[in-house]
Design a protein around this ligand. Structure first.
Ligand code: F6R
Length: 258
């Protein structure tokens, strides 16, 4: 389950190759996408691959995991703006293929549930990308979130507000709430890649490796998922039990590249 790569770039190469391989199949594909620093090299590599080898993307749907409440889509720190900058404006998707949780005005429970339902109507997420917060959140499912949650509005934890305020000019601009896909929605994805890079993720990854499945560590639910791979760089893997961490080259052997 835990695969250790030398650097974030090798993870990005692997994940983008896996995405490209599925995109090439040209059957309907529902992608679950994340934002954050961890995903930037993945999208940069995928854009390059798609520019060098264009494929028909007309049967692809993208659902983002989360969005801040209260930021307009054109606010530079909104996740809508992040996706435009780091993926969508470089790839020929049309608006009807792209779904972001509605964040500008705090969505009602019905609007949140409609987001989860839309995913189900399209047959569910085929491949979900996840980062992880230093407190173990996935999406913005903070510690204590119910494992059976659907898309919902969440109050961001102090830890998350501290971690993410680096993206805002002033900490006071950092939103207090976000809307996120729920843990049950995430667990229904057919395949999941959780990525963790950098020394600042090392403690949470060691905790995740050693912990039981408990709501205090939201990412621990992934231990129950039949098709999840956790991809770490050496910096994030430094406190892992080496007996349990697998070398990334074992993973590369399992796939045929085209
Ligand atoms: C973002 C998201 C979050 C981030 C996590 C890690 O869409 O769902 O869970 O993946 O906070 O963020 P970075 O990659 O910036 O360390």
């Amino acid at each position: 389950m835990f695969y250790v790569f030398p650097t974030p770039q090798e993870i990005a190469d692997y994940v983008s190759a896996q995405m490209f391989y599925r995109l090439q199949a040209q059957t309907q594909l529902v992608l679950g996408l994340a934002t954050g620093s961890t995903m930037k090299p993945v999208y940069a590599r995928l854009i390059k691959q798609l520019q060098e080898n264009p494929v028909d993307l007309s049967k692809v749907y993208c659902f983002n995991l989360d969005e801040y409440v209260g930021l307009a889509a054109d606010h530079p720190q909104s996740y809508a703006a992040y996706m435009q900058e780091h993926l969508f404006e470089h790839v020929p998707f049309v608006a009807e293929q792209l779904f972001l949780p509605p964040g500008f005005c705090r969505p009602s429970d019905e609007q949140c549930l409609a987001f989860s339902a839309r995913i189900q109507q399209l047959g569910g997420i085929d491949l979900q990308l996840l980062g992880i917060g230093t407190n173990g959140h996935i999406g913005f499912n903070e510690p204590g979130t119910a494992f059976d949650s659907r898309t919902h509005v969440v109050q961001l934890s102090e830890q998350t507000r501290h971690d993410n305020s680096r993206f805002f000019r002033d900490r006071s601009e950092m939103p207090t709430h976000a809307v996120t896909l729920g843990l049950q929605d995430i667990m229904e994805a057919k395949e999941i890649f959780l990525l963790a890079t950098g020394e600042h993720k090392a403690r949470i990854m060691a905790r995740l490796q050693g912990c039981a499945i408990e709501e205090e560590l939201p990412a621990s639910i992934l231990k129950k998922h039949p098709n999840t791979k956790i991809l770490l760089d050496e910096a994030a893997a430094q406190y892992l039990d080496p007996a349990q961490g697998k070398d990334y080259r074992d993973l590369l052997k399992q796939y045929t590249y085209r």
